[in-house]
Design a protein. Structure first.
Length: 337
């Protein structure tokens, strides 16, 4: 297999000082990477619920909330407050960060994400309307990020290629969120090499999933036609083997049948199938919007975007292995057909 790193430019966010001072306490946090930042002095004023006339609004959000679509979170960022404290609500207590969907075009007031363990105390402080200071001092610096690419050449260069993709980055250690997908990606490469494919099979492990999926966009920048030319895009999404749920996102009925059959080969069934024609989550959504064919495998994870998403507690190795084998076998079949 031909493998390489492919760089793309990025403005990295370096955190300087990021905290909330209130009632003699300093609570550390992480700013939203696609909202505003503060100067080093921060923003001072009263803390109150979002929608009040307080200078600093208090809001609760989950890792599934997006900053790129209308809704309460977007309203909080675009409202009348000078800054917002975001208490993150994940499946476990802690600081469960929200993806920066607008990373390349940040907007909204500075927003500091803090741990859910502070929720009750902060609600009390917001009800009292006392003074607070929010600091989200950060700097964007030019840097490079890297996608990992590989190609296994087929015997017929004219045959439509197969693409196998998975994100390689996320918040914190993200063992459950990303580990199963990376394992499946590697097992698929091994399986395809052994199968002696007819068609080329391209492999992409992309960076920047949590930053608006910028790695896939960078990959397609000089390969725009590939979205529609590929026989199929196999997408190994989040949380494969991290929970009990198995979610399929197929482009059409044929892709759905392929996914169901592949899972059945390992004695597995999908607990959820997103109806074909529905915009899928993750990187498969980009292929959907570019009129390409895809089959996406995802799962669930109670530790999603949480610092506790670590090996070995976050991963069911047996379940992840069975899903990896199911789709690696499917990829080998598609590559030789």
């Amino acid at each position: 297999m031909e493998a390489k790193l492919e760089a793309f430019p990025i403005h990295r966010v370096d955190l300087d000082e990021t905290f909330l001072d209130i009632d003699g306490r300093r609570i550390g946090g992480v700013p939203l990477f696609d909202a505003g930042f503060t100067e080093s002095a921060g923003i001072s004023g009263r803390l109150g619920a979002v929608g009040s006339n307080a200078e600093i609004g208090l809001f609760e959000a989950s890792p599934q909330d997006g900053t790129d679509r209308p809704g309460p979170l977007r309203q909080a960022l675009d409202g009348s407050h000078k800054a917002v404290v975001l208490v993150t609500r994940g499946g476990r207590p802690g600081l469960s960060l929200i993806n920066a969907s607008r990373f390349l075009a940040p907007s909204g007031v500075p927003a500091l994400q803090v741990s859910s363990v502070e929720a009750d105390w902060l609600r009390e402080r917001a009800a009292a309307g006392g003074p607070a200071r929010l600091v989200a001092s950060s700097t964007r610096r030019p840097a490079q990020a890297f996608n990992v690419l590989g190609t296994i050449r087929g015997s017929d260069p004219a045959a439509a290629p197969l693409v196998v993709m998975t994100p390689r980055s996320g918040w914190w250690t993200c063992a459950g969120e990303r580990g199963g997908g990376i394992a499946a990606w590697l097992e698929t490469a091994r399986s395809v090499v052994s199968a002696k494919p007819v068609r080329d099979v391209h492999f992409l492990a992309s960076s920047g999933h949590e930053l608006g999926q910028i790695g896939l966009d960078a990959y397609l920048e000089n390969r725009a036609a590939l979205a529609g030319q590929a026989k199929l895009w196999l997408h190994y999404g989040a949380n494969i083997g991290a929970g009990r749920q198995i979610r399929l996102q197929p482009a059409d009925a044929d892709a759905q049948s392929l996914g169901i059959s592949a899972l059945a080969g390992q004695g597995l069934t999908a607990s959820q199938i997103v109806p074909p024609g529905t915009a899928p989550g993750g990187e498969a959504g980009t292929i959907f919007h570019r009129q390409g064919r895809y089959l996406s495998l995802q799962g669930d994870n109670p530790l999603f975007h949480n610092p506790a998403d670590r090996w070995p507690e976050a991963v069911d190795v047996i379940l992840a292995t069975r899903q990896a084998l199911a789709f690696a076998t499917l990829a080998a079949q598609l590559a030789t057909a």
